[in-house]
Write a protein that binds this ligand. Structure first.
Ligand code: ATP
Length: 245
């Protein structure tokens, strides 16, 4: 299997604080990889560096065989490395389908008109299970359908790889299994590689093939969900928070 995304020796400092200390990892094509870690571990910082929102002091990011270090976020997105947002901000006055169609027009180079974009958006509405909200203004969606809309908008840009930023945050325990089914289907049916950054480990552990654990800016474990949850350093890092796998 070839590498889809890798970080090589990434270091980031904020003043005297080392937020990321020589972090290296690799996500293979076609996998679901989780990036987990307690509060302040450096997850958001790493995500921002991978997507061009912040600059690292040192290190390199390689996506699909090409260095993308220092490229601006829109160029990284157009190359197929796309991030979902933790805080979802759709165009409130536009319908759910229109919101997805706009993302398709902007991000999918094969789509050049609104009719094609709308057709793609309608398929994605079905894919993420938002049929009942298809013509509703996106501003009226509650938290859970909003999370699904965010997935659909990201998928509309035709990504090779999705970076999910706390994608399951705020979902109830009943809402998580159907959400995980969509995540699996993104990989299995659409062939998109996934890197899921999450504070709460439980959901990620259910679907991930590989997991990377960050703590105080360092990677303390990598492996299958079973391997990392039985790792002593991981258990210590999560002491108090609990490792639910
Ligand atoms: P959480 O799960 O709480 O979101 P995290 O793993 O995403 O945490 P980061 O937000 O990346 O962690 O923060 C890593 C460290 O860097 C923390 O100590 C944080 O206080 C610090 N930090 C993050 N952003 C900045 C900034 N802009 N300026 C100064 N320090 C920062």
């Amino acid at each position: 299997m070839s590498s889809m995304l890798s970080g090589e020796n990434i270091t980031k400092r904020y003043g005297g604080l080392v937020a990321l200390d020589d972090v290296s990892f690799e996500v293979e094509e076609g996998v679901i990889c989780g990036l987990v870690g307690p509060n302040g571990a450096g997850k958001t910082t790493l995500l921002n560096i991978l997507t061009g929102r912040e600059e690292a002091k040192a290190g390199r990011v390689v996506f699909d065989g090409e260095g993308i270090t220092g490229l601006p976020p829109d160029q990284i997105c157009r190359r197929g490395l796309v991030k979902t947002n933790q805080i979802v901000r759709p165009f409130g006055n536009m319908t759910v389908t229109e919101n997805i169609a706009v993302a398709a027009v902007w991000g999918d180079s094969e789509i050049s008109n609104m009719a094609a974009a709308t057709e793609k958006a309608e398929e994605l509405v079905d894919f993420v299970g938002l049929e009942e909200f298809a013509t509703a203004p996106a501003g009226r969606l509650t938290h859970t359908p909003n999370r699904r809309l965010e997935l659909a908008r990201a998928l509309a840009t035709n990504p090779q790889m999705l970076l999910l930023d706390e994608a399951a945050a705020g979902l109830t325990s009943e809402e998580i299994p159907p959400f995980l089914a969509i995540i699996r289907s993104i990989r299995d049916d659409l062939g998109v590689t996934l890197f899921w950054i999450e504070h709460v480990m439980e959901a990620v552990m259910d679907v991930a093939d590989q997991v990377v654990v960050l703590n105080f800016g360092e990677i303390i474990a990598k492996g299958t969900p079973e391997e990392v949850t039985s790792d002593e350093d991981v258990q210590k890092a999560y002491l108090g928070g609990g490792v639910d796998a």
